[in-house]
Ligand binder design. Sequence first.
Ligand code: AMP
Length: 209
Amino acid sequence: MSEESRKLHSSVLIIGAPGSGKGTQGKVLGTIPRFFHCACGDVFRSLDTRTDLGQQFVEFSSKGELVPDQLTIDLWKAQIDNWIETYFFKPDIDMLILDGIPRNVHQAEILEDYLEVHRVIHLTCPDREELARRMRKRALKDNRYDDASDEVIAHRIETYDEETRPLIEHYEGRVSEIDATQQPVEVLGDVIAEIVKLDVYKEMAKVLV
Ligand code: AMP
């Protein structure tokens, strides 16, 4: 392996419309040893809203829009570096499970400097009404103000279709389609089945720590 590629983080991306269950699946995977979950939305939500960056997040997310790319990548990179420095994320042995980033092709291109994407898990849910129902439920349960109004929900789905969905074509050949309308435990079973098939996973599994 070259010096350059050694620095790339082995990763699996979870892509899907808002409400498709990315966070639910990512969170569970992140509890398994040697998997590290990073949800970009959670990184944003952890910001102090009194800061300039926190305010920008509120401004964009409350409209159902994406935060500008460079700002997003800079914040994500700072958080990843912080997790590495504090030994939460161990890039030499952990598989990075990314949910919510990249959110468009431009972000994917920037991330090529940092990531080796081994697989893209596409959680599919063609029923837009079901996605909206899940978001309304989440708004109540998790205090997600960006999921609170029907107008913002509709705009979040539009933003996904216009900006994020093209990633499926961008990563063609590395994408596994998984039916997100199944029970969460069944979706998880399918996601894990895809990951354990990967050569990089088999190599990882040989390393004793
Ligand atoms: P999520 O929790 O992934 O649904 O993200 C909530 C909100 O955070 C989104 O609607 C965006 O405003 C912002 N956000 C999260 N991830 C990204 C990203 N990769 N690029 C731009 N904005 C993002």
